[in-house]
Design a protein around this ligand. Structure first.
Ligand code: CDP
Length: 230
């Protein structure tokens, strides 16, 4: 029997392992994986390079006018590694740096930025068989997703995980800087006017504070198996 190709939406707070889970799930199910946060980070990088963000000042009109010139794509190299490209340039590492992390949530508040990226994300998911993670996937991007998850973990666990991830990528940030950034982004993301981070009505809550990567994957695969048969 042919199993149904699902649309899976994963939302949640900063650094709670959404992308890891989404990537593992997609690889297990042979689905497309999209890290929607990387797209907001790439737009932010473009704005930083053009000096449209300086301290608290954001040049919103310039950003909105430039949106049609920003092209974001996901590419897969010969080794199967996926990376994001900004106007043809691989920016996978640069978008994880502290200067991008510090500004991204303010760029993600801009309605026109969200409209552009949501439209592109919806096109990527047209055929189903996709796992996308972010902040508004189950509420705005795929409101009719077959499976919606809302992922969280304690702040201590999230800080540790992000710190380790950055250290492995040779990105220098102290534990306090990591924590401040996560807390600030969670606040902005949850309180903004446009598509704030909220748990969709149908979303299943997953607190993975005490779960290993394998345990959380199995937990979700069991849910997927139930949905595929429906
Ligand atoms: O990986 P991490 O949890 O740190 O964040 P991310 O998924 O890379 O997203 C970076 C930022 O982009 C978030 O803090 C949000 O401000 C924004 N974002 C959003 O507004 N909507 C999404 N669907 C995904 C990310």
């Amino acid at each position: 029997m042919q199993t149904k190709k699902l649309t899976i939406a994963i939302d949640g707070f900063s650094s709670c392992g959404k992308s890891t889970l989404a990537k593992d799930l997609a690889s297990q199910l042979n689905y497309i994986f999209i890290d929607s946060g990387a797209m907001y980070r790439a737009v932010t990088l473009y704005c930083l390079r053009n000096n449209w963000i300086s301290g608290d000042q954001i040049q919103i009109t310039e950003i909105i006018n430039a949106l049609s010139t920003i092209s974001i794509e996901f590419k897969i190299d010969d080794q199967g590694n996926k990376s994001i490209s900004l106007n043809g340039e691989n920016c996978e590492n640069e978008i994880r740096q502290g200067h991008v992390a510090s500004s991204v949530s303010r760029i993600a508040e801009i309605k026109e930025v969200r409209e552009k990226l949501v439209h592109e994300q919806q096109k990527m998911g047209e055929k189903g068989g996709i796992v996308m993670d972010g902040r508004d996937i189950g509420t705005v991007v795929f409101p009719h997703a077959d499976l919606k998850l809302f992922v969280t973990a304690s702040i201590e666990v999230r800080v540790q995980r992000r710190f380790l991830e950055l250290t492995q990528k040779d990105i220098q940030m102290t534990l306090d800087e990591v924590k401040d950034n996560l807390v600030e982004r969670d606040f902005i993301d949850s309180n903004r006017k446009e598509s704030p981070l909220i748990q969709a009505k149908e979303a299943i809550l997953l607190d993975n504070s005490k779960m290993t990567r394998e345990e959380q994957l199995q937990w979700v695969l069991d849910l997927v198996a139930g949905k595929e048969g429906q």
